[in-house]
Ligand binder design. Structure first.
Ligand code: FAD
Length: 549
């Protein structure tokens, strides 16, 4: 992983193969992306402080994991210092690397994790579990004033599917496994977990659990909270083991306490998760709707209907316009088809192309199941004036979805901050919530005197409501640091979430980024309960201090 951005060195987003994108960004952000971006700071230009690591602690860590898995290498420590929030990237890129961990350890099994935690507690040091380092809520960074030794526990060696209980459709999996490796191991036995966050390639099972992650197909498979049946967690009091039972009434759920705990209760070493047989057929179809109101109403009607798609995703007109601007060079045949479609939409269907919304609906299962689901969802789509545009847009989206994260670095290279904020609310509140957030973000752009853009999609549907996922970017004024202007916009959006009775985050956790709104979300008593739990388990505040509350 790059220390300053997303993904692997040498892989980057470009506008050059997308003929409409430059003009689109020029129009909405007043930014010419053809101008070369600023070069990345060289790693050698950073001042990485010497690690604070006493001989006794070093020796105990080496005993626990083996000397070759204890690293004080400067690059290793910087990569483990933060996640991938916009604030993380902006600060790293400017050479402000924060309180980097003093040492990175890589345990290979649960006893090694227990040894690390024992050593850390004995030395009154700090331990921060590290999965893939992709969180965007400030869930990994040690507090700037932390004087104790900070030990980052990289879980990547715990990467195996240990067992599949085929009859119960449960798999025991080590927590450090990355998404692609997990699916490769399961697929080889004919199974899938069905958890595909956009960060899939670089994030881990333990990180998903510790942040309550959601994936693209969570409509069918459930969010990570639904998929996780049991956990093993190394805590200061010993190893917590919960049972992989389908349901239990044994008091408040300890499993639920671990979900979203961001390393503050212990280190998750293993989880038992739901797995499903690989579907015979999987397809994602593209649909168009005349406007956002009808698109939202259609998603609600699908959730109420007998249809059970694996993906329901619909973009507002602003995100639709952005998506169309990222299309690659069309072939002459594409051009003819596109012209015919536009004419049909305007003349026959009465669409206003500026208001049109693009949706993807996915179906999985046996061929017969997929055919029936398509029919059921298709009927609802037609009722709301929508129409199916076939499988090519969906296939393209499916192939490219893990590449889109690179676009944030592309814009940052050119000085423009871009970020996301996501929330969920009951169906009855979604439209006012959307209107409030759009108004708040645009108000913030106006107050700052900057050219900005905000767009949204509904990313997950539930029985009672849905997740709205906002993406925003702006061209900073240059009058003050861009990160301060970013804070004005981000704060306006987050505040609007809680003021509109939505949640402060649907799947990006709390960390430090969202902690100031937690009381609004779960009430002061709720925060006091969380605080008491964390303090009770970790009285010395040795486990990832400062996160959540
Ligand atoms: C471009 C991009 C796209 C994203 N898309 C999505 C998305 O679609 N859905 C989604 O849910 N999220 C998404 N995220 C956010 C992020 O990927 C998730 O929060 C993810 O779950 C973090 O996993 P990780 O392995 O990278 O954890 P890390 O970032 O390494 O850690 C996150 C937190 O979990 C703790 N932790 C990690 N492993 C363990 C463990 N074994 N035991 C205890 N605590 C642990 C850490 O201490 C930290 O507090 C995205 C992020 C980016 C940058």
């Amino acid at each position: 992983m790059k220390w300053w951005g997303w993904g692997h060195e040498g892989v980057a987003f470009t506008h050059e193969d997308k003929p409409a994108l430059r003009a689109f960004i020029q129009r909405v952000l007043a930014l010419d992306v053809a101008r070369p971006g600023s070069p990345t700071l060289s790693f050698d230009a950073l001042t990485v402080p010497e690690p604070v690591l006493g001989d006794a602690l070093r020796g105990a860590l080496e005993d626990a994991v083996g000397a070759e898995h204890v690293s004080t290498d400067a690059l290793d420590r910087v990569v483990h210092a933060r996640g991938k929030s916009l604030r993380d990237l902006v600060r790293h890129r400017s050479g402000d690397i924060g309180r980097v961990p003093d040492v990175v350890v890589r345990p290979g099994d649960e006893p090694a994790v227990e040894g690390v935690l024992r050593a850390v507690l004995a030395a009154d040091a700090v331990v921060i579990p590290f999965g893939g380092g992709t969180n965007i809520s400030g869930s990994l960074e040690a507090p700037s004033a932390e004087t104790r030794t900070v030990v980052s526990v990289d879980m990547s060696r715990l990467d195996r599917v240990l067992d599949v209980d085929e009859g119960s459709r449960l798999a025991r999996v080590q927590a450090g496994v990355f998404g692609p490796d997990l699916e490769r191991q399961l697929n080889a036995r004919g199974w899938t977990m069905g958890h595909f966050p956009d960060s899939f390639t670089h994030s881990t099972l333990g990180g998903w659990i510790a942040t309550r992650s959601s994936g693209m197909q969570s409509d069918k498979y459930g969010d990570i909270a639904d998929l996780t049946r049991a956990v093993r967690v190394v805590t200061p009091a010993g190893t917590l083991v919960t049972r992989p039972v389908p349901h239990t009434s044994t008091g408040p759920s300890v499993r639920e306490m671990v979900l979203g705990s961001e390393g503050r209760l212990g280190i998750v070493t293993e989880a038992t998760v739901h797995v499903h047989r690989l579907p015979e057929q999987r397809t994602i179809l593209g649909y168009l709707f005349p406007d956002w109101e009808r698109a939202l109403a259609a998603m609600q009607a699908i959730a109420e209907s007998e249809a059970s798609p694996s993906v329901t995703r619909v973009s507002d007109s602003y995100e639709t316009a952005f998506s169309f601007s990222t299309r690659k060079d069309p072939t002459p045949l594409d051009r003819v088809k596109s012209k015919a479609l536009t004419t049909f939409l305007e003349r026959r269907k009465g669409y206003d192309l500026e208001a049109m919304c693009l949706a993807f609906i996915g179906y999985e299962g046996t061929k017969a199941h997929v055919a029936r689901q398509r029919k059921l969802a298709g009927k609802v789509v037609s009722r709301f004036g929508g129409l199916c545009i076939g499988s090519s847009p969906g296939e393209l989206y499916d192939q490219k979805k893990f590449d889109t994260p690179y676009i944030r670095d592309f814009l940052l290279d050119r000085g423009a901050p871009a970020d996301v904020s996501e929330t969920s609310a009951p169906w009855s509140r979604l439209k006012p919530l959307y209107d409030n957030v759009m108004a708040a973000a645009r108000g913030a752009f106006g107050e700052l005197g900057v050219t900005g853009y905000i767009m949204c999609h509904l990313s997950h549907s539930y029985h009672a409501g849905a997740c709205l996922y906002f993406t925003f970017a702006f061209n900073p004024s240059g009058r003050r640091p861009a990160i301060e202007e970013y804070d004005v916009v981000k704060t306006a959006i987050q505040q609007t979430f809680v003021d509109s009775e939505a949640t402060l985050s649907h799947h990006h956790a709390v960390g430090t980024e969202h902690a100031q709104w937690l009381e609004d979300d779960i009430s002061p008593v709720g925060v006091a309960m969380v605080r008491a739990l964390l303090h009770g388990v970790d009285p010395g505040s040795n486990l990832n201090p400062g996160k959540i509350v």
